[in-house]
Design a protein around this ligand. Structure first.
Ligand code: V47
Ligand code: SF4
Length: 370
């Protein structure tokens, strides 16, 4: 059945008019997106989102052979939703040596890995040079590996401790081999929520300014949203609106990644998100962020099965093999720590999409059409 035919089955007039806007390619408003969050018509919203996704990405679903490395979990910020960051005296505190990190990169490179996603805690004793050195040493040893490292929160922190501008720090990191910024640290931009869950780290304006600066310097970035804790639906849409506005200005975002909150071991506590909420958030982000090419179904937070359904509700990317996820596993996620390339291909095929191995910049490397 065509999506246009589906419209006839929707008795809710407001939702039908949102559907008509989508079919005409018109931009959705703040109120449209909030309305969908309160609606119970999940399958209709999902069908609309998948219609938009197929126009953008066809039947392709992307993945990358990559590895996450978290050099340390020592963190001065102590955000209440995070079970990963600990104080230096905590028995769980760790800091990897450069040798340990290079060994992990080597393993990944030997298995055809293309990307290192490196983020971590913010230890009180680290200087800007420590962050830059890790990028430089990895790139020196493995020039073909793409380094996606340090969130806007980390860049802001480096600026705070050194008095240097974002531009100055980013230029030096780019010179050392940084090619893309990951999207972490956005959480929810609302000041009300940030005061409670992340009062000390970079705020919304600072996060967005780091990304704006990276885009001006010519490197792309990713964007995230942590949802399902204490934020309202309106605050989710306000968050996405700020990203959509910056994307209109710079065009530098590659992908939007909704991150479902996991509460175990956090000071904030609370409950896990429902699968309906997960799928609705994926679908609404696909519909609202009309200027983003990609929506990531991050299997670490969604779980593999919901991630597969998400690939039919507007998402087109699974992230990657990851190998060793620590941040969300500290908070209780039940997904695997990593998956082989073959497993990701199977997950995508079973979701009835065509697996495409990509590089960090969404350029296809191999298409697994049969
Ligand atoms: O910024 C922390 C989140 C993020 C919890 O850019 C939690 O391609 C759920 O940003 N429950 C880091 N989430 C991960 C991230 C990311 C992941 C994959 C790809 C990309 C990309 C970025 O994890 C943090 C924070 O928002 N997080 N604690 C938690 N309890
Ligand atoms: Fe530190 Fe990031 Fe965890 Fe906040 S979310 S405590 S900044 S590691």
């Amino acid at each position: 059945m065509q999506v246009s035919e589906l419209l006839e089955y929707v008795s809710d007039k407001r939702l039908r008019s949102i559907g008509e806007k989508v079919l005409k390619g018109e931009r959705l408003s703040f109120d449209d997106a909030v309305y969908m969050f309160y609606s119970n018509e999940l399958t209709f919203i999902g069908a609309l989102a998948e219609y938009v996704n197929r126009k953008k990405n066809g039947m392709f679903a992307y993945f990358i052979v990559n590895r996450q490395i978290n050099p340390t979990n020592i963190c001065v910020y102590q955000c209440s939703f995070c079970a990963f960051g600990v104080v230096k005296s905590d028995p769980r505190a760790y800091e990897m040596s450069l040798e340990e990190i290079l060994k992990k990169v080597e393993e990944t490179y030997a298995q055809g890995g293309r990307e290192i996603h490196m983020v971590g805690g913010l230890p009180p004793h680290w200087k800007v040079e420590d962050y830059i050195r890790l990028v430089r040493e990895i790139k020196k040893a493995f020039p073909k590996i793409t380094i996606k490292a340090w969130t806007a929160v980390e860049i802001h922190h480096m600026s705070k401790i050194s008095g240097r501008s974002y531009e100055d720090i980013l230029k030096e990191l780019i010179d050392a081999g940084l090619e893309v910024l990951p999207g972490g640290g956005a959480e929810i931009f609302s000041e009300r929520v940030r005061k409670i869950i992340a009062p000390y780290k970079a705020n919304a304006e600072e996060y967005l300014e780091v990304h704006r600066t990276a885009h001006k310097l010519g490197i792309p970035t990713n964007a995230t949203m942590l949802y399902g804790h204490i934020e309202t639906y309106e605050e989710r849409v306000e968050h996405m609106l700020k990203l959509r506005e910056l994307q209109d200005e710079t065009g530098g975002f590659q992908v939007f990644i909704p991150l479902a909150y996991w509460p175990e071991g956090t000071r904030l506590g609370g409950k896990r998100t429902s699968s309906v909420d997960d799928l609705k958030t994926i679908a609404i982000s696909r519909l609202f962020l009309d200027n983003f090419n990609h929506i990531k179904a991050y299997w670490i937070t969604l779980g593999e099965k919901i991630a597969q359904i998400a690939l039919n509700f507007g998402a087109d990317d699974l992230d990657g093999t990851i190998e060793e996820e620590k941040i969300v596993h500290s908070a209780g996620t039940k997904s695997a720590y990593g998956h082989s390339k073959e497993k990701l291909i199977k997950l995508i095929r079973d979701a009835q999409k065509i697996p495409v191995e990509r590089d960090t910049f969404y350029r296809p490397v191999s298409i697994y059409s049969s």
